[in-house]
Design a protein around this ligand. Structure first.
Ligand code: NAD
Length: 351
């Protein structure tokens, strides 16, 4: 019943987790042997990082957008070339961090990722890019940031609604890691700890967004869950969200939040032991229903309808998401996926 042999590849990243850690970013730049930094940011908290970098900072780029379109990457590439930067600091959510990864894939420039959401992209050697309206994903050691700096103070400004959806984005990595075809005892522990911290921390953030200890719990969960995402293969949930984001322009974290309970319900009978462990970590009786209830309690979105998805697009989304086979605990069929999407569209509590 329990596997006794497995392989586990850890990413070779240095991780700094400390309140106020960005104040010492210059030391991490020097540790990499770099002296010229290109700062990628979404504007938020740039000043604190600029101050820490001092004369090491030679250029800035603030044009990152969701889904990493290659045209934007080309603009940032020009900035990298013109400034002769030898290090990239990516400060922001998944969108900014992915841009740093896109530069590293092309040039192998060392990256320091400073995440300000819970998306977990900083912990993965995976990059999704969009060209000609199509999102494709690739995996390479060059993509993984060399250094990740988690500074909880930077997350205090993340609005509650985004904290909730981004937190559920992290929850989705943990859930799918537990029933992954590559699941192993190490990622299982990381995933369960992430779920426990999210279940505890997210309600506390909703009642007090400036609660540093709750923010710290959730940021640590984001790291653990991101590590799972980077280590084992994901299933139907990630495939569906990727399709809805890449081909229908749906917002990343919100879509993850709406879809997760419904994919869990679809997979529940095929992974009963995993569902029991998730329910235990969440402190609920039933994992899919418990995740739905948690999202409702946190005030998160529950339906694709409220996110603006057209009901008539669901069959095409189901078709795109099932075009290629991929591992999932329960067999993925076009009919089954269409039903999941219809349930996610209306947003009822999964049975
Ligand atoms: P995001 O980076 O687009 O950020 C969402 C919004 O929150 C932006 O407006 C941003 O400016 C704002 N924001 C971020 N941090 C803030 C803070 N601390 N305070 C105030 N505002 C803040 O969203 P995201 O969900 O972090 O990332 C989504 C993107 O990342 C998608 O393109 C997704 O595909 C990608 N992603 C990739 C991976 C991977 O492993 N390759 C993993 C997860 C996500």
């Amino acid at each position: 019943r329990w596997m006794t042999s497995f392989s586990y590849t850890a990413g070779p990243a240095r991780v700094v987790f400390a309140p106020g850690a960005v104040r010492h970013l210059d030391l991490d730049v020097r540790r990499l042997g770099a002296t010229r930094v290109l700062l990628l940011s979404g504007g938020r908290h740039a000043e604190a990082v600029e101050q820490a970098l001092g004369p090491l900072l030679v250029a800035r780029f603030e044009g990152a957008v969701m889904h990493t379109p290659v045209e934007v990457t080309e603009q940032a590439m020009a900035e990298l070339r013109d400034s002769a930067a030898d290090c990239v600091v990516a400060l922001g959510g998944g969108s900014v961090i992915n841009l740093g990864k896109a530069l590293a894939l092309r040039t192998d420039v060392p990256q320091i990722a400073v995440p300000t959401t819970y998306a977990g992209s900083e912990a993965t050697p995976v990059l999704g890019e969009t060209a000609d309206g199509r999102k494709t994903t690739q995996r390479s050691p060059a993509i993984l940031p060399e250094v990740v700096v988690y500074d909880v103070y930077l997350t205090l400004t993340l609005p509650v609604a985004m904290s909730v959806t981004s937190g559920v984005n992290a929850l989705a990595h943990a859930v799918e890691a537990l029933y992954s075809a590559d699941a192993n005892p190490i990622t299982d522990q990381l995933a369960l700890e992430a779920i426990r911290r999210l279940a505890r921390g997210l309600p506390q953030i909703v009642s007090d967004p400036s609660d540093v200890s709750a923010r710290s719990d959730v940021l640590q969960a984001a790291w653990l869950a991101g590590t799972c995402l980077g280590t084992v293969g994901m299933g139907l949930h990630h495939k569906l969200c990727h399709t809805l984001g890449g081909s229908f322009g749906m917002p990343h974290a919100e879509t993850h939040t709406v879809v997760l309970p419904h994919v869990m319900a679809y997979n529940a009978a095929a992974a009963p032991d995993v569902m029991r462990r998730i329910a235990e970590a969440l402190g609920v009786d039933d994992a899919p229903g418990g995740v739905h209830d948690l999202i409702v309690r946190l005030g998160g979105p529950t339906s694709l309808r409220e996110l603006g998805m057209a009901f008539d697009d669901l069959p095409r989304a189901a078709e795109l998401a099932t075009a290629q086979p991929y591992p999932n605990p329960r067999e993925v069929t076009a009919d089954g996926v269409l039903r999941v999407l219809e349930e996610a569209w209306t947003g009822e509590r999964p049975q």
